[in-house]
Design a protein around this ligand. Sequence first.
Ligand code: SF4
Ligand code: SF4
Length: 113
Amino acid sequence: MLSITNLIYLIIAIVAYVILRLLKGARREPIRPPGAVEELEFLSKCIRCGKCLEICLYNAIELAAGDKSVSVGTPFIVPRNAPCYLCMRCIEVCPTGALQKKTNGSEDGQGSC
Ligand code: SF4
Ligand code: SF4
């Protein structure tokens, strides 16, 4: 039979587990290069050409190989591997508008790193 104290600890552990699972699930979207449009639009606009990767002097961009739950061939950034220095070169070469210059007031953090 559980004591009240143990029951409280158990409830706290369950709540913490659920919160951690929710936080982990919420962070599933990859970090796109700067200027990336909203994720669904990005997936429809990005033609997986790799031009953003080629122009990046800091090797900050990787193309998904299909093993990281990121759509195959699309660019993403893992800051702890290679951080982005916000030079914005990748935006200049993107041929489709998947990466776009943001104007003041429209920056929502999407694609920033
Ligand atoms: S902004 Fe510059 S450093 Fe950052 S991903 Fe694009 S090209 Fe690389
Ligand atoms: S340059 Fe644009 S279209 Fe090409 S891979 Fe990068 S984001 Fe996609």
